[in-house]
Design a protein around this ligand. Structure first.
Ligand SMILES: NC(=O)c1ccc[n+]([C@@H]2O[C@H](COP(=O)([O-])OP(=O)(O)OC[C@H]3O[C@@H](n4cnc5c(N)ncnc54)[C@H](OP(=O)(O)O)[C@@H]3O)[C@@H](O)[C@H]2O)c1
Length: 114
């Protein structure tokens, strides 16, 4: 299994309207781009029946965002979810599972048995 857990958030009080470009970039690069780069670097070390997973968040759900808040962080995890979906499209035959329990969320994909 390859599991990418690293992630950051910005100040909770900081909205998309007042976040600096540097801080927005830090959160997006760390949470959305870097996990995919880690996967690209290490995916060949995972066996075909293994699992590659990233730590997402329930905050990344469009459906569940009924109260706003944490918008920069939410955007970064929503982007991560999209990139993982792109990596493992339902039509490609690999399993794709979004998990969100006890405050933890993960997107998981694997070849066949994940
Ligand atoms: N806490 C929650 O309620 C919650 C809920 C849902 C999802 N999550 C997600 O779960 C994951 C872990 O969250 P946490 O609450 O455990 O956060 P945390 O205590 O702040 O830990 C974050 C970890 O990510 C590492 N990290 C951050 N930026 C990095 C970078 N650029 N390169 C390498 N490592 C980096 C940190 O390393 P250093 O210690 O070296 O800085 C630290 O080990 C994150 O993806 C977060 O979004 C958390």
């Amino acid at each position: 299994m390859l599991f990418v857990n690293a992630g950051v958030k910005n100040d909770d009080r900081e909205t998309i309207a007042d976040v600096s470009t540097e801080e927005f970039t830090r959160v997006m690069v760390t949470n959305a781009l870097s996990p995919l780069r880690v996967i690209e670097t290490f995916k060949d070390r995972v066996s075909p029946s293994g699992t590659i997973a990233v730590m997402s968040s329930g905050q990344g759900s469009l459906t569940n965002n009924t109260n706003g808040n944490y918008e920069v962080y939410r955007g970064s995890k929503a982007a991560l979810n999209m990139f993982m979906r792109q990596l493992c499209r339902p039509s490609s035959g690999c399993a794709h599972t979004a998990v969100d329990g006890a405050g933890l969320g993960a997107n998981r994909y694997g070849a066949g048995s994940a």
